[in-house]
Design a protein around this ligand. Sequence first.
Ligand SMILES: [Zn+2]
Length: 133
Amino acid sequence: MMDDPPCPCRSGESAGTCCGPILAGRRRAGTAEQLMRSRFTAFARGDLAHLLASWHPRTRPGADDLATSLGDGTRWLHLEILRTDAGGPFDQAGTVEFRATARGPEGRLVLHEVSRFVREDGAWLYLDGDVSA
Ligand SMILES: [Zn+2]
């Protein structure tokens, strides 16, 4: 569709069939990777509500802190999923390794992280992650 641009998470699907419905709360992420993709899209769009809703309450930052980091001028440009472990429709936990590229106030920025996700009451949540160089 002409008015349905490619999803920011670079899945190859349109935003309207990929992360859009998850950000809008119309569909739950079925896998940890889908949640990871939707969170990247939320960072790219500055969607504070989805970032908070998809973050485990135990590790979730305060809304003010998150809003400040979203407003620092960083533009998230590219996501590459490198590896997934579990995190499927029948799992309660999983990890997603990814490389995300952004342009920040100080130039190009690459985030390489292994993120941990857990599922509670059917909903995937981001728990925490290990960032590597
Ligand atoms: Zn997407």
